[in-house]
Design a protein around this ligand. Structure first.
Ligand SMILES: [Zn+2]
Length: 121
């Protein structure tokens, strides 16, 4: 007998007024680069400031998926080049995300286990 395990990486965009790590508007614009600042662009010497609204909404998502909520969450800088990300790093949560070991159950559907839920740019 063969048993299949399927893993999915699913991204959602939180409806926050500003971006996760700066005060730039979090909305699409038809004018390229109209909602950017030195933090978004990854200029040398800038430091990100975590958006409290994003954290609160991320924890709401974690609770909706019945995740265990970590009291301490840590952000990591993941360095790599990606063509549409000239700053060459992403801020993510690898070792200590907001939520882990979640579970989604719906009538008539297979159980969906959630490995983790984290914020990243
Ligand atoms: Zn910005």
């Amino acid at each position: 007998m063969i048993e299949s395990f399927i893993g999915l990486e699913i991204h959602i965009q939180l409806l926050t007024k500003t971006k996760v790590f700066c005060n730039c508007k979090n909305e699409f614009s038809h004018i390229p680069n109209s909602h950017v600042c030195p933090v978004c662009m990854g200029y040398p010497g800038v430091l990100p400031v975590l958006n409290e609204e994003a954290v609160r909404k991320a924890y709401i998502v974690c609770r909706a998926m019945n995740c265990h909520l970590n009291e301490k969450a840590v952000f990591d800088r993941k360095n790599y080049f990606y063509p549409d990300m000239p700053k060459n790093y992403q801020i993510s949560q690898f070792n200590s995300p907001f939520g882990v070991k979640g579970l989604i159950e719906m009538d008539g559907m297979p159980r969906v286990r959630i490995h983790d839920a984290h914020l990243r740019t």
